[in-house]
Design a protein around this ligand. Structure first.
Ligand SMILES: [Zn+2]
Length: 57
């Protein structure tokens, strides 16, 4: 399942979709070419399955 990470470059901030097996590894931003490490944990922008399944009503 792909995850989304934001490019840490302040002048880029591109949102990248990368495979979740790159967590803890480094990826290259396709927009600015910056190489950065993907956080091992899910980014806050993605809702976790547990919170997604929680009933709101
Ligand atoms: Zn970038």
């Amino acid at each position: 399942m792909p995850i989304t990470v934001m490019c840490p470059s302040l002048t880029c901030r591109a949102v990248l979709r990368v495979p979740d097996n790159v967590r803890g590894k480094k990826v290259r931003c396709g927009q600015c070419g910056m190489v950065f490490a993907v956080p091992a944990q899910k980014p806050a922008t993605s809702a976790s399955p547990s919170s997604q399944n929680a009933p709101t009503k």
